[in-house]
Design a protein around this ligand. Structure first.
Ligand code: TEU
Ligand code: CA
Length: 552
């Protein structure tokens, strides 16, 4: 049973196991490698680890294609190493949240192998099978059509992601029960919750209508027929009743396409669905339209407006997650900061802007040391299926190689997946072997060993932000109010709780910005600086990428 809202006061650290730390020299991160770095995470001060999938998988999508939910991927370790990890995490008074991927399985999962074998299989209906005339014109998120012909029975199956990730049919009650049994298996081992992969996709419009084919697209746009479907709240409430509600855990649903209104329903505690969700809206503001590969320069007032809307929208009901990074997003210091002359300062500014908001903050591995995007000149150095399929499709659509590479450099998921940079030794101390994905060459200057030896590092700045969240109730529970909504370079807001007021002001630009707002000037003139990324805090001018938090 939920006994407290510990997850509202927590800071979560996401580990992408393949790229975190390799303990046995095979070039792939592993569970023993994570165990060896738990003291580093404890030193940072985080409370919860979210571990991306470690289950048995053919690794078509780096583990988001699960072949056996109750087996550990061999190159990560085995169940004994998992049990040791959980024990070591708990021994340090931290919690472990696992990744739940149940919108789809791997096509090598035994359910799918039984399902594809015969139309009469009891597992046939665990997936979506249609004869050709009843498929539709949707595209897969990873390129190509969303329906794949299977020779065995001459029918097509739906896969919103890769063809090796067939979508599960949640309309089937036996499937749902099998999922709940699997979740119970993991919760009974003592894990502390789940991050739920595209969980708002589990209810779809199963009429599968064709979508409009937009200019130049190869496939139809599914619009909202693939997510937030008619039974999504019913399924989540059933999942909560059957499993989640029996444990004192944390749940966060990854929900592309969910609006603030949807999130109010998903996260209202009275509904007993999930505790919080990951929105994608603020991560789509530097895309020209729906497609992330079509680039657009971020206009800061758009970001301020969107994040303030989410802060205010979940102010009374529900709860926000707060993130800039994860394993699907490019590195924030390269994306919304400045990974050149102002790398350290802008990384601290971005951290300040996020961590002083209301909600549970998520730190993605390497964000705490200001790891940057990577720039491999050779397409062959990129490994992400989403990137490689997009390259193939866009060449077919007539895009130039250079234009496509620019999109990859800016938005490719491999930016987040280059091996963690532990030190300046070969392969950044990630492996003594050949890393599965090349290390970002900037590891020589950007690594955690250097950060730990530098009192002024981004690491210690994150450590302070995490500590402030523990010490000041207004950071966790205070109200939120956006300030200077129209300013094109300053992101400023205030938090208030029981008469205590905090003001956060962040300069998102490389130019100094003078503050003109009288009320703000009055407040900060009498405020006490809680944290800043630059020593001089001349109260009227914000230097390039300067951030200051005042206690008024
Ligand atoms: O991501 C969901 C999702 O929509 C992403 O594919 C995202 O839109 C895209 O990657 C942006 O570039 C989840 C996992 O986080 C992702 O790693 C998996 O590839 C995907 O689901 C399928 O499991
Ligand atoms: Ca290894």
């Amino acid at each position: 049973m939920k006994t407290s809202d510990w997850w509202k006061q927590s800071v979560v650290y996401q580990i992408y196991p393949k790229s975190f730390n390799d303990s046995n020299g095979d070039g792939i991160g592993d569970i023993q490698g994570i165990i060896e770095k738990l003291d580093y995470l404890k030193k940072l001060g985080i409370d919860v680890i979210w571990l991306s999938p470690i289950y048995d998988s053919p690794q078509d999508d780096n583990g988001y294609d699960i072949r056996d939910y109750r087996k550990i991927f061999t190159q990560y370790g085995d169940m004994e190493s998992f049990d040791r990890l959980l024990q070591e995490v708990h021994a340090r008074n931290m919690k472990l949240v696992m990744d739940l991927v149940v919108n789809h399985t791997s096509d090598e999962h035994e359910w799918f192998e039984a399902s594809r074998a015969s139309k009469d299989s009891p597992y046939r209906d665990y997936y979506f099978w249609r004869d050709e005339e009843n498929t539709n014109n949707w595209g897969s998120i990873f390129g190509g059509p969303a329906w794949q012909l299977d020779e065995e029975t001459g029918e097509y199956y739906l896969h919103l992601f890769s063809k090796k990730q067939p979508d599960l049919n949640w309309e089937n009650a036996n499937l749902r029960q099998d999922v709940y049994d699997m979740m119970t298996f993991w919760l009974d081992k003592g894990i502390d919750g789940f991050r739920m992969d595209v969980i708002n996709f589990i209810s779809k419009n199963t009429d599968f209508p064709d979508g409009p084919v937009k200019n130049g697209d190869l496939y139809g746009d599914p619009e909202n027929n693939f997510c937030n479907g008619p039974r999504v709240h019913e399924f989540l409430r059933e999942m909560n009743r059957e499993v989640l509600g029996k444990y004192d855990i944390m749940t966060v649903g990854e929900m592309p396409g969910a609006s603030i209104e949807d999130a109010q329903i998903y996260t209202d505690p009275k509904n007993r669905e999930v505790d919080m969700i990951f929105t994608f809206e603020h991560m789509n503001l530097d895309s020209d339209g729906e497609n992330k590969w079509d680039l657009k320069t971020l206009y800061l007032p758009d970001l301020k407006k969107n994040m303030a809307a989410w802060q205010n929208g979940l102010q009374e009901t529900g709860w926000n997650s707060l993130y800039w990074n994860n394993h699907d997003q490019p590195r924030i210091v390269s994306r919304f900061g400045n990974d050149g002359a102002y790398r350290v300062r802008s990384a601290k500014m971005l951290a300040t802007c996020l961590h002083m908001m209301k909600g549970t903050p998520y730190i993605y591995q390497g964000e705490e040391i200001g790891m940057t995007n990577v720039h491999f000149n050779d397409l062959a150095d990129y490994q992400d299926i989403e990137t490689l399929n997009m390259y193939r499709d866009r060449i077919e659509q007539g895009f130039s190689h250079d234009a496509i590479m620019k999109s990859i450099y800016t938005k490719g998921r491999d930016n987040a997946r280059t091996p963690f940079q532990w030190d300046s030794s070969e392969n950044a101390g990630f492996t003594t072997g050949t890393p599965w994905l090349k290390v970002n060459p900037r590891y020589v200057e950007i690594n955690s060993e250097a950060a730990l030896q530098d009192d002024d590092s981004i690491f210690y700045y994150y450590q302070t932000l995490i500590r402030l969240r523990k010490e000041i109730p207004a950071v966790v529970y205070g109200s939120f109010k956006l300030l200077l909504p129209k300013h094109e370079a300053i992101f400023a807001y205030e938090r208030q709780l029981d008469g205590e007021k905090l003001v956060t002001i962040c300069n998102f630009s490389a130019e100094a910005q003078r503050i003109e707002d009288e009320q703000l000037l009055t407040d900060i003139a009498r405020g006490q600086v809680l944290i800043t990324n630059l020593e001089d805090t001349d109260s009227n001018v914000l230097e390039a990428y300067q951030a200051i938090v005042y206690k008024i």
